[in-house]
Write a protein that binds this ligand. Structure first.
Ligand code: PYR
Length: 648
């Protein structure tokens, strides 16, 4: 440490050190305690063991979890080439043509992203994905893609798991060199909840593609297409596939619902084709696309649009597999499915069973069912670790056709109801959600518009205001949630036909309502006038933002840090602090991360390739007079202690 201090000293650095430096510079003898990685991890484990992980909702399991056994890999067999090599060889356009020519039904496995976003509030850690990733690359190389990033994963990785989302992407890429990686991208909202300036969206896309992302599914939460343009063009500037989505809501078979008709979706799809999409996604985020509607929609789109079609749905109703099979019959090219033990309910339909259903038929997926079943066995064990978050409904329910809530929102809103102490009134809340949708003029509901509907529903519910009565409230005088005010002011873009005037007036007040109406009219003109976005390069602004962040971090930020900060400034700041304090906690096994260790429990922690710590908790001491407990550990057989303030 003394030499480190000398070397780090400004006088030494400036090459002006003489032998008197030591005598004249007493601070050289103050040593920062060396907090190596192991010490930091022991402190983290100590804190969680004594006080619980603040993100584990107070759940303290009695048992010691056995590690989940990852699926077998026949080493050293290298991963065979897959869609990633094909994409890199052909380029996105030709890759899309290849996609179109495949007879087999192509499959995206959503286990690493939407499945856990929709079942377990997006809590699955990199650790559990990495443990099976090598097997996936070798034993399911015929998957079309792995959806593993974007959506809510970016935020929750930092916020609840103390993990760097960029590291997750790179580590998975290193283990899966052969299957295309796919992410969900919220158009102008990127991976956040608000609209970002064009150059931030463009910079984010470029950085993600450079770190291994291959397919970007881009959507807008109101199907407001101008919001897709910058992201779509940015993806087109990389090697990656630009998959543009139409978000599906309503029911095209119901003639009384004349807003979201077959013609509406076909028109959007044609627009997206013109905007340069390589692939078209049907994003049925709530699982509303019933089997015969799926068939009709896919057939119409296959007839009218020349792009490969990728069908995404959720099994909230319990019959989404039927929709997948009908879509397959109608010629859909790719479908999203989740491994058996991570499927069903608000997640995607069952990948393993669909593979089995299509065996020996013209749309046989050619995937290895035995391997998929082993993967599913692995996730069945892993899912146990996430019990406190695993709150999805146990069975399918036709209630979804009433409330139209996205799979990813359902468990979240229910959690909010629990925290407000009104979970027993869930059916009323679900009904209020549906009524708020009607109040807003029947809109597409997906992040972030779905969150606004949820915010409004909880607000009205807690105030005892009926949604239908909102238009009778004095204009602009009720303290509606900020998200509602922003959305009706055009902050997210515009729904088909704009917002209902009476609702806009009641929420915004007369003056702001008039301004919003003008803004809406201008947007209609602009949408017609501009064929291409007028994307500024924004490099000056990024430079400034970078400098501001450098000031905060006290070092030059990397691109990872810059984009994490730009998306979630407060969350990123907390995450960076946590990292300084405890280091990289993503290396810990999941039960240890959430629940700490029990006396006698031992874990292996690989802190880098080939460097493993064996950590054993020996005992937990009684609190001393200051309320601190001494925890005795063995670290690779050597005794170590950590002193932890007991706040429990
Ligand atoms: C998301 O934006 O996170 C969705 O899953 C729709």
């Amino acid at each position: 440490p003394f030499l480190e201090n000398v070397i780090a000293h400004p006088i030494f650095k400036a090459g002006q050190a003489t032998t008197t430096l030591i005598d004249t510079t007493p601070e050289l003898f103050t040593f920062k305690p060396r907090r190596d990685r192991a010490t930091k991890l022991l402190n983290f484990l100590g804190h969680v063991t004594v006080n619980g992980n603040p993100h584990a909702k107070g759940f303290r399991p009695e048992k010691i979890f056995l590690p989940a056994l990852p699926p077998k890999v026949e080493t050293p067999v290298a991963a065979p080439d897959g869609t990633r090599q094909l994409l890199l060889k052909l380029g996105a356009k030709k890759f899309a043509e290849w996609t179109l020519k495949q007879k087999r039904l192509l499959v995206t496995d959503t286990t690493f992203r939407d499945a856990h976003q929709s079942l377990m509030a997006t809590r699955v850690r990199s650790y559990d994905m990495l443990a099976t990733a090598t097997a996936v690359a070798r034993r399911a190389p015929d998957l079309y893609s792995l959806e593993l990033w974007g959506g809510a994963t970016f935020d929750t990785a930092m916020r609840f798991l103390s993990e760097d989302p960029w590291e997750r992407l790179r580590q998975l890429r290193a283990r899966v060199p052969n299957i295309c990686f796919q992410m969900l991208f919220r158009g102008a909202n990127a991976v956040g909840y608000t609209n970002y300036p064009d150059h931030i969206v463009a910079g984010f896309v470029k950085h993600a593609a450079a770190n291994g992302m291959d397919i970007f599914r881009i959507f807008d939460s109101l199907n407001y297409l101008p919001n897709l343009r910058v992201a779509m063009e940015s993806v087109q500037d990389t090697h990656a596939v630009c998959e543009a989505a139409i978000c599906y809501t309503g029911d095209i078979l119901d003639e009384r619902r004349d807003k979201f008709t077959l013609q509406y979706y076909v028109r959007l799809a044609k627009e997206l084709e013109k905007m340069g999409a390589h692939v078209l996604a049907i994003k049925d985020m709530a699982g509303l696309c019933r089997p015969y509607a799926a068939q009709k929609l896919v057939k119409a789109l296959k007839d009218e649009v020349g792009l490969p079609i990728h069908f995404h749905t959720h099994d909230t109703s319990g019959i989404a597999s039927a929709s997948v099979l009908r879509a397959a019959d109608a010629g859909v090219d790719i479908v999203d499915l989740a491994l058996a033990s991570m499927s069903g309910s608000t997640s995607q339909p069952n990948l393993n069973s669909i593979v089995a259903a299509l065996q020996h038929t013209p749309r046989d997926t050619k995937l290895d069912l035995g391997a998929l079943n082993e993967f599913s066995d692995y996730w069945e064990q892993v899912r146990e670790f996430y019990r406190p978050f695993d709150t999805a409904p146990k069975t399918g329910s036709a209630e979804v056709y009433l409330h139209e809530m996205p799979g990813g929102q359902y468990t979240n809103l229910k959690e909010q109801a629990v925290s407000m102490g009104v979970s027993h009134r869930w059916p009323e809340i679900a009904r209020t959600y549906a009524e708020v949708n009607a109040l807003f003029g029947d809109i597409v509901k997906v992040t972030p518009s779905s969150k606004v509907v949820g915010d409004m529903a909880l607000f009205l519910f807690s105030k005892g205001i009926k949604p239908a009565d909102v238009v009778n409230l004095p204009a602009g005088e009720t303290p509606f949630p900020e998200s509602v005010i922003d959305m009706l002011s055009g902050g997210l873009g515009w729904p088909e036909g704009g917002w209902p005037a009476d609702v806009s007036r009641a929420v915004l007040g007369e003056k702001r309502h008039k301004e919003a109406t003008e803004k809406y009219k201008a947007s209609l003109k602009k949408a017609k006038a501009s064929a291409k976005s007028e994307k500024s390069d924004g490099s000056g602004d990024l430079k400034k933002l970078r400098a501001e962040l450098a000031e905060k971090l006290k070092h030059e930020p990397s691109d990872d840090e810059l984009y994490s900060h730009l998306m979630y400034p407060a969350v990123f700041a907390d995450f960076a602090k946590q990292q300084r304090e405890y280091g990289d906690v993503s290396v810990l096994p999941t039960p240890a991360f959430f629940y700490g260790l029990k006396p006698g429990e031992e874990i292996n922690v690989e802190i880098e390739e080939g460097k493993t710590l064996i950590i054993r908790l020996v005992s937990i001491g009684a609190p001393d007079k200051d309320g601190r407990r001494a925890l005795s550990f063995e670290l690779n057989g050597m005794a170590r202690e950590a002193f932890i303030a007991d706040k429990s």
